[in-house]
Ligand binder design. Structure first.
Ligand code: PL4
Length: 412
């Protein structure tokens, strides 16, 4: 099995040839595994991949349980559902999470934000220009490369020629300098941001919407961490901004708010007013994508989502977020005691720490070797992520406490 000289006549998709590196998170996992093999018996703690760790809360677990049990009855059984999602869930999202700023039919339920981003890339195709925050969640760039929208790699593998990288660094408070930003068809924008932990202010989002309107661009707004915003002055959705309905769509998720990273449930909001250059509603094509390439989110997962949007479920959601934000505060305080410059961690589960002059993969390895703590190297998120590390606040409290004490004793 395996070894063969036989090859088919099928040409490899050029998009894959263009990829310069493997996907970031499997590489982090590979290095963790290599460390574990070198150090058998060592308890490794992950502050790396943003993966939820706490059990589902009671009301939400009950929603899933009764959704599953219903399927075991003749009256309650359901097969394929509507590809756009259950009407009740769409209405609850519009009412309870968006306070009726959007209509239920503008909400398309899915199996998660990452999957929707991939399908959006299929919908938009390869013949358009793209801007991304730098650093950014790697799916925006890597997915664009796969569909052939990113052009060739820049010499030295620091990015792709077809992508405009918008540096988001401490000097500009992690918001791109729009005066220096070229007009592009698409702008990926994530707030609260992964990885920098920065949350855009209302004024910044107004500027972004005005910029997109001037250029006729579409903003792909990733609000996967919106529930981590506690500062009431910060927008949780791009649709809180006047005019955004004409220039933005929003992807969102239950992964980080209620621990559905494994259950899989998310959604994308595509407003009626958002149109392509020929006047076609973007929602028309998105509906076509979802009905053609997707078969509806799991009915059990949707039952869990409906439970999460009850009064009790929403209270549980707040307490789950508060747990991880407690972790974020511990990590942040630990880094501060060590004198390490850091950002984020107040309306976001990520803390972005700077290690001037040091390669982020080297610092990643140093911390893994010295503390058995996994982080995520900033350079994996884009050229401006070099010299940074991302610390994730997802973890059991005692693990986070242990990780912080190891960091303090080994790096102090
Ligand atoms: C590891 C900005 C994490 N294997 O769960 P989903 O698909 O609804 O949401 C994924 C997602 C979407 N948007 C943003 C995100 O940060 C994430 C999840 N990112 C991380 O550590 O950065 C998990 C990464 C996972 C992945 O590739 O997404």
């Amino acid at each position: 099995m395996g070894g063969t000289d036989f090859v088919t006549k099928v040409k490899r998709n050029q998009g894959f040839t263009n990829l310069t590196a493997g996907y970031l998170f499997p590489e982090v996992a590979r290095r963790r595994k290599a460390f574990e093999e070198r150090n058998p018996g060592t308890r490794v703690i992950s502050l790396g991949i943003g993966n939820t760790t706490e059990p589902l809360s009671p009301r939400i677990a009950e929603g899933l349980r009764s959704g599953a049990l219903k399927l075991g009855t003749r009256e309650g059984y359901s097969g394929y559902g509507e590809e756009q999602g259950m009407g009740e869930l769409r209405a609850l999202i519009a009412r309870r999470l968006y306070r009726c700023r959007i209509e239920p039919h503008e909400v398309f339920i899915s199996d998660g934000a990452k999957c929707d981003i991939g399908r959006l890339q299929t919908m938009f195709g390869s013949k358009l220009s793209i801007a991304v925050q730098d650093p950014a969640y790697p799916v925006y760039v890597d997915g664009s490369v796969i569909v052939g929208a990113a052009g060739d790699a820049i010499a030295g593998n620091t990015g792709y020629n077809g992508i405009a990288y918008l540096p988001c660094v401490p000097a500009n408070s992690f918001f791109p300098d729009l005066e220096a930003t070229p007009a592009t068809n698409l702008i990926y924008f994530c707030s609260p941001n992964n990885p920098t932990g920065a949350s855009a202010t209302r004024k910044q989002l107004e500027e972004l919407v005005a910029f997109a309107t001037r250029n006729g661009s579409i903003i792909i707004y990733d609000a996967a961490y919106a529930e981590y915003i506690s500062d009431a002055s910060l927008p949780k959705s791009i649709f809180e901004i006047e005019g955004a309905r004409r220039v933005a769509l929003e992807v969102n998720s239950f992964s980080k708010s209620i621990g559905f990273t494994g259950v899989r449930l998310g959604w994308t909001v595509v407003p009626e007013e958002l149109r392509f250059a020929d006047g076609t509603q973007v929602s028309k094509d998105w509906n076509r994508v979802m009905t053609t390439l997707f078969n509806g989110a799991s009915n059990v997962a949707q039952a869990g989502g409906i439970a999460a949007l009850s009064d009790e479920g929403l209270a549980e959601m707040r307490s789950s977020v508060a747990h991880y934000m407690g972790n974020a505060a511990l990590i942040k305080r630990g880094l501060e005691r060590l004198g390490i410059e850091n950002y984020g961690g107040s309306d976001s589960p990520y803390i972005w720490a700077r290690f001037p002059g040091k390669s982020s993969w080297d610092v990643f390895e140093q911390i893994l070797d010295a503390c058995a703590v996994v982080t995520t190297p900033g350079s994996g998120f884009g050229p401006s992520g070099e010299h940074f590390l991302r610390f994730s606040a997802f973890g059991h409290r005692e693990d986070v406490e242990l990780a912080v004490s190891r960091l303090e004793s080994k790096l102090g």
